[in-house]
Design a protein around this ligand. Structure first.
Ligand code: MGD
Ligand code: MGD
Ligand code: SF4
Ligand code: MO
Length: 752
């Protein structure tokens, strides 16, 4: 490790990581202590990972910290108004309300919905499992099933673990094939890589190629060597045809992967019907372009295929997500430097023993109305509304806890969900805003703001394109009488299980200790759990848990104070984080499949391929107009439109329409369109642009801030429309249950 730098503590500059998106940029926050205000937010040039990069959202942290609408005290509903209450009363009311439903109707009458910001908060990452266990419900929902669920499932089927996402090695690849992602705007997802503009410029400067497959000529497509328009929802056809060509032209090169990969012949057979000619009328991509791409990818010394939101939130999302890694495997680019690899986080187990091999956690229970399958302990959120409003009286969901989620705007058929939420007997929201979703709660429990608590990026260190570790200090002390997210979760868990928060916290630590120290197979066999516990200290909360994970991890000091290696104390002395080197190959050690090998053709994927084959004929029919989404650099899902520095500028909630479509329909630039789907109808201003593929229109999600009963005074002035009023809860990636949010059939007409 580098020598410790002096710690900047009570001075005006605090270095930490931006908590807002997956890129995890290091920021330097300049603070005026006397006013308890942020002067400015800058990129941290010294950051070991991001080296000064920043996007405009980081400055929004100032607005977020100061936002008068951000909740600071628990709120209790009283009819149509709200009253601030103390924490003790809030915990008492929450526990009593949830317990009474559980006692009368069973644990499964209470559901949970966890939103995206949980992934960015160490308190949630560590304590949500405790909270969920205390509630005891199997009716768990989250933003996963409107996001990466298909990739989690394909990773589980292929590699044995839902979290085993291979990460594209953007900094060393020679050829990057990107499907359904726009990293120049999103700053990357399932790929933590701050400063995508620099990384992509370097890729091209070293002679590498960037190819983007997307129904929109996106910001990323604009700087690519090649862009292919693809019809939404057809990536699985396209990728199968790529695989078809790899086999047909003898382009396979599994290399060392051949020693531990099963199912290559099955994949060959599965791909047989998906020739470039067979899929071209469906995807809109010419056979020769596809063949050229297959050859170029296979011949590149190091290539990486990567798919994100566009490939997940579609009808064949799991197949598309799987095929991305089939392409990587067949060309020998899986687990190869410059291909796709697995990071090695500092908090991961130190030993590279083969992982526990288990059965796939799939369909162990099913949602009530439609029987949608559980995966990895949760159900598809597309089933939430109907399991509230249409399940049998004896088994419907009667209470809901949301934690950092806004499903009314972020999940399909938001109108139906809003109605269902209003019919609940009891609802608690752990959230910092009174918004489209939390306005239905009986109690809103706001945790401290992101700059008022320390953080460790447990999730994103394990998705990073380079191994590194960093601890983020709080910028401000928490206000008097406030609670951190982990404290709220522990208090509620304690209330539900009739114990104390301290007892639950000690229990969690005890479990981790017995897995990491004091036994022959552990990282610290010589050290007793009691001794380790003493060294970790008695302060409750995330710090000592992270300390344990770091010290017992692959880069840890193993609790020897004089030894080199990481501990939380040493990490805290490194305000810019610590670089831990590039990603390195980790197979076959980290495979956790039952066979211990890569499962290239799992039976569930073989079965779903039959569904795809069935769609071959049907998809050639004249298609409807299809709706897709998009993101904007100054926007983050549903919840940052209340921050003045981000909300300003031109109207963003617009419908992009290709000139040919506009002409046919009679739409004009600046005019208004009506968009209708099976479940809803909205109006939006039109932008006519050739960046759209003909037959495809684009509307961003996350808007629609004109509901009654919210406290979002800035967002309300330019509400936009909720695109998920159009998303149809019946349209799913059947295998995983993930919602289709891209490629929704719609009617577009002139509004008025
Ligand atoms: N049509 C369409 N829909 C989509 C998508 C799409 O591309 N198109 N994308 C999907 C994706 S990828 C995702 S991840 C989901 C996101 O879906 P959600 O997670 O449901 O939505 P967010 O907007 O992230 O909501 C965050 C919520 O957390 C609150 N919040 C923010 N910070 C904190 C905090 O620190 N603690 C607590 N307790 N609360 C906090 C906010 O006030 C807000 O209520 O949306 C999905 N929906
Ligand atoms: N500025 C900003 N950054 C964000 C977010 C945000 O809201 N704003 N959200 C964060 C979150 S939660 C996530 S999960 C990530 C998402 O990160 P990305 O996946 O990179 O983000 P998107 O911009 O949604 O990119 C999806 C792309 O898929 C394309 N697409 C739509 N349908 C299809 C299809 O059928 N096939 C193909 N090949 N492409 C298709 C769309 O045109 C779009 O360009 O971004 C994160 N970062
Ligand atoms: S890209 Fe922007 S929002 Fe994302 S971590 Fe970096 S500064 Fe924050
Ligand atoms: Mo997401």
């Amino acid at each position: 490790m580098a020598s410790p730098r002096p710690r900047i503590e009570s001075q005006e500059l605090v270095h930490r990581t931006c908590p807002l998106c997956e890129a995890k940029c290091g920021i330097s926050v300049e603070v005026d202590r006397s006013l308890q205000r942020i002067v400015t937010v800058r990129g941290d040039d010294g950051d070991a990972f991001s080296q000064g990069y920043l996007c405009p959202k980081a400055y929004g942290l100032k607005g977020l910290h100061e936002d008068p609408d951000r909740l600071r005290r628990p709120l209790r509903r009283e009819g149509s108004s709200w009253r601030e209450i103390g924490w003790e009363e809030a915990f008492e009311l929450a526990t009593r309300g949830l317990r009474s439903i559980r006692d009368a109707h069973g644990a499964d009458a209470v559901a949970t919905y966890l939103g995206n910001p949980n992934a960015h908060d160490v308190g949630s990452a560590l304590y949500l499992p405790t909270f969920q266990r205390a509630l005891g419900t199997r009716w768990r929902f989250s933003a996963t099933s409107v996001d990466q669920l298909p990739k989690a499932m394909s990773s589980c089927l292929m590699f044995g673990s839902p979290g085993a996402f291979p990460i594209p090695d953007v900094d060393r690849t020679d050829f990057w094939l990107v499907l359904g992602a726009n990293p120049l705007v999103s700053n990357g997802s399932l790929m933590t890589a701050p400063d995508m503009p620099r990384r992509l410029a370097q890729l091209r400067a070293r002679g590498g190629r960037l190819v983007v497959v997307d129904p929109r000529h996106t910001e990323t497509a604009r700087i690519a060597d090649q862009h292919l328009f693809i019809r939404p929802g057809t990536d699985a056809f396209f990728l199968f045809a790529l695989v078809h060509v790899l086999f047909a032209e003898g382009l396979l090169a599994l290399g060392r992967l051949a020693g531990f990969t099963r199912g290559v012949d099955e994949v060959r057979a599965m791909a047989a019907d998906f020739s470039p000619e067979a899929v071209a009328p469906i995807t809109g991509i010419a056979p020769e372009s596809l063949r050229g791409l297959a050859r170029a990818f296979a011949r590149a010394p190091r290539a990486a295929c990567y798919g994100r939101i566009g490939t997940c939130t579609q009808e064949f999302g799991t197949l598309a997500s799987w095929l991305v890694d089939v392409v990587n495997t067949l060309t020998g680019n899986l687990d190869r430097v410059g291909g796709v690899l697995w990071p090695r986080p500092a908090t991961s187990p130190a030993d590279e023993r083969p992982r526990r091999r288990g059965r796939i956690p799939y369909a162990r229970w099913r949602s009530r109305v439609r029987g949608l399958p559980e995966f990895a302990g949760e159900l598809p959120v597309a089933a939430l509304a109907e399991d509230i409003d249409s399940a049998a009286e004896t088994e419907r969901i009667r209470a809901l806890v949301t934690v950092a989620g806004n499903p009314v705007l972020s999940t399909p058929n938001g109108a139906r969900l809003a109605k269902a939420l209003s019919s609940l007997e009891f609802m608690v929201s752990i959230d910092i805003y009174l918004n489209e979703t939390t306005r239905f709660a009986d109690l809103v429990l706001p945790p401290t703001g992101p700059l008022e608590h320390a953080n460790y990026d447990l999730v994103f260190h394990s998705l990073s394109v380079r191994n590194h570790t960093k601890w983020s200090p709080a910028v401000f002390d928490p206000p008097a009488d406030s609670k951190h997210q982990w404290q709220i979760l522990l208090e509620l868990a304690a209330g539900m299980s009739g114990t104390t928060a301290k007892a639950l916290d000690d229990l969690l630590l005890g479990h981790l200790l017995s897995a990491t120290v004091g036994a022959p197979q552990t990282a610290c066999p010589e050290l007793s759990p009691d001794e380790a516990r003493r060294k970790l200290g008695a302060s409750p909360g995330p710090d000592r848990v992270i300390d344990l994970m770091l010290r017992a991890g692959p880069f840890g000091d193993r609790f020897r104070d004089d030894a080199p290696g990481l501990s939380l104390a040493k990490l805290k002395a490194q305000p810019h984080g610590v670089d831990l080197g590039p990603m390195e190959p980790r197979l076959p050690m980290m495979l956790a499949t039952e066979s211990g090998e890569i499962e290239l053709a799992h039976p569930l994927l073989r079965a779903d391929t039959e569904r795809l084959r069935g769609a071959l004929a049907e998809r050639r029919k004249a298609p409807a107009m299809l709706l897709i989404g998009r993101r904007h650099l100054r926007s983050n899902n549903t919840w940052m439109h209340n921050l003045p520095s981000l909300a300003k500028g031109p109207e963003r909630c617009t419908l992009l329409v290709h000139p040919d479509d506009a002409k046919r329909i009679g739409l004009s630039d600046g005019g208004r369109a009506r968009v209708k789907s099976r479940v809803g109808s909205i109006e939006a201003p039109v932008v006519v642009t050739p960046e759209m593929m003909p037959g495809v229109v684009s509307l961003p999600h996350g808007f629609g801030h004109d509901c009654e009963g919210m406290r979002l005074e800035v967002a309300r002035t330019r509400p936009g429309v909720n695109s998920n009023l159009l998303a149809d809860e019946r349209l799913l990636d059947v295998l995983s249950g993930n919602a289709v949010l891209n490629g929704i059939p719609v009617d577009v007409s002139v509004a008025g």
